[in-house]
Design a binder for this molecule. Structure first.
Ligand code: NAD
Length: 475
């Protein structure tokens, strides 16, 4: 199925396609307060129609086989590439993240890359037993209809993380984007849908009620959820009666541990981006940094030097690499945590004083030193540009503090000695432990949380298996 001549590419076309005419909910640019567009407000009845249509479309989508579905995903990736600039502009205006840096253009590029990656993996049936007694094979069949519920921080990338493996495995998909960033997901789906048969991928842009109905729906076979741990728990409850399959990518509070032999100047920029990517609004960002007392002051100085140079501002300004917080609620969380840290006697090394006259939800890049491990800025997920830096004396103490929370999404160890770092990494309770980097993801490498950061894996062949129904054939 070639792409139509009237392929969607420009910002204006994309916005015109997804923004509700006349009515709908105002979506404002978090950097300027300007109107971006109007989000359609879909209802539970709209969701019911979408699920029925997805159920009806699923058998013929599955019948295309892996070859046909791979081709469709590759065409979808081409369509995303063709629309990349328009998509990045819409994402920047709605989410707030700048065009440049590891932000809007990077996210759209990632969406295309993950579509191609999901198309590329081989998933052959596994022969489990083959001997005189018989043969057993493990196959992965389509599940049916997959519901995908997403957050507002990386709305396009995370949507693709959910929809691409689901489609590849022969499922149809109904998405429920965050109320904060529906236009980005609607636009991305409109672009991808140029390469798909009708009703295979649908978006229902509603509120919590739509998410709850989707996760309880008897005709939905699996929920892919990315969002907070609290909502993840609500979804476990609402999906219980239908024993629905779940992949839960939940909140994190990732620790970074800097060993005493690390080189502060050499690692400062990677530490910075590990913590401040997307202005700290990233699930697997470094949210608390533990530094050995021997190099504590040098790390704080080197990090402050890098952080002070990173321009923050309106996303459409090509110079900026940091943007605003996406919404008022998140701004308040970050501001309150920093104030509580200041009141407790912690030292604000950089930032911490937002300009009350500046429009938009801009909170300055903030480093907080000499802070106690039990401080709320350390113990809670700040999800913003404020990094607490905690001093430690022994590696045992650092590992204990890193493992002291209920969540365990990612973590990192920083050292000039990779073997020493690997030994520490093995002791940390987290789904991924990076060495001398933090938060980098790769479509070939499985990703998922430990403890209350969720369960199930995304990406790679493991990710495909999580979107299939395992079936053993034995004879
Ligand atoms: P959130 O949990 O508030 O909302 C996520 C989505 O769930 C939204 O679409 C929302 O409408 C929907 N929702 C809310 N209540 C629901 C319910 N009862 N039933 C079904 N759906 C419901 O999360 P957020 O604030 O949008 O995102 C930030 C959080 O997401 C942070 O905690 C972050 O760490 C986490 N996150 C995790 C990952 C990961 O891969 N582990 C990635 C990105 C973000």
């Amino acid at each position: 199925m070639p792409l139509a001549d009237s392929a969607l590419t420009s910002y204006q076309d994309l916005l015109g396609t997804v923004s509700a005419a006349g009515e709908g909910r105002d979506i404002l640019d978090p950097a300027t307060g300007e109107l971006v567009g109007k989000a359609p407000v879909h209802t539970v009845e709209d969701l019911e129609k979408a699920v029925s249509a997805a159920r009806a479309a699923q058998p013929s989508w599955a019948a295309l086989g892996h070859t046909g579905r791979r081709e469709a995903l590759n065409r979808a990736a081409d369509a995303v590439d063709a629309a990349a600039e328009g998509l990045a502009e819409l994402l920047s205006r709605e989410q707030g993240k700048p065009l440049n840096g590891p932000n809007a253009r990077f996210e759209v590029g990632g969406a295309a890359a993950w579509l191609r990656a999901a198309a590329s993996f081989d998933l052959e049936p596994e022969v489990l037993v083959d001997d005189d007694g018989g043969r057993a094979e493990l196959h992965y069949r389509p599940l049916g209809v997959v519901g995908a519920i997403g957050p507002w921080n990386w709305p396009m990338m995370i949507s693709v993380w959910q929809l691409a493996p689901a489609l590849r495995m022969g499922n149809t998909v109904v998405m429920k984007p965050s109320e904060y960033t529906p236009l980005s997901v609607l636009a991305l789906a409109a672009v991808i849908n140029q390469a798909l048969p009708g009703d295979v991928l649908q978006v229902v842009s509603g509120g919590r009620d739509v998410g709850e109905t989707l996760s309880a729906h008897p005709d939905v076979d699996k929920i892919m959820f990315t969002g907070s741990t609290a909502t993840g728990k609500a979804i476990i409850r609402s999906s219980a009666d239908t024993v629905k399959r779940l992949t839960l990518e939940l909140g994190g509070n990732d620790a970074g541990i800097v060993l005493p032999d690390a080189d502060p100047e050499a690692i400062a920029e990677d530490l910075f981006w590990g913590a401040f990517i997307n202005t700290g609004q990233t699930c697997a960002a470094m949210k608390r940094l533990y530094v050995h007392e021997d190099i504590y002051d040098d790390i704080v100085t080197a990090l402050a030097g890098v952080a002070a140079k990173m321009p923050m501002g309106v996303g459409m300004d090509e110079n900026n690499v940091l943007g605003p917080l996406q919404n008022q609620a998140q701004y308040t969380i970050v501001a309150d945590l920093v104030e509580a840290a200041r009141d407790s006697g912690a030292r604000i090394v950089l930032g911490g004083n937002p300009d009350p006259d500046r429009p938009g939800y801009f909170y300055p890049t903030t480093l907080v030193a000499d802070i106690d491990n039990s401080n709320p800025l350390v113990a809670k997920e700040q999800f913003g540009p404020a990094l607490p830096i905690i001093r430690y004396s022994t590696v045992d103490e650092a590992v204990e503090m890193a493992n002291g929370l209920e969540v365990g999404l990612g973590a990192s160890v920083w050292s000039s000695d990779k073997d020493a770092a690997r030994e520490v990494a093995a002791r940390i309770q987290a789904g991924t432990v990076w060495i001398n980097k933090h938060g980098t993801v790769d479509p070939r490498i499985p990703f998922g949380g430990a403890k209350q950061s969720g369960y199930g894996l995304e990406f790679g062949v493991e990710g495909l298996k999580h979107l299939g129904a395992p079936q053993v054939i034995s004879y």
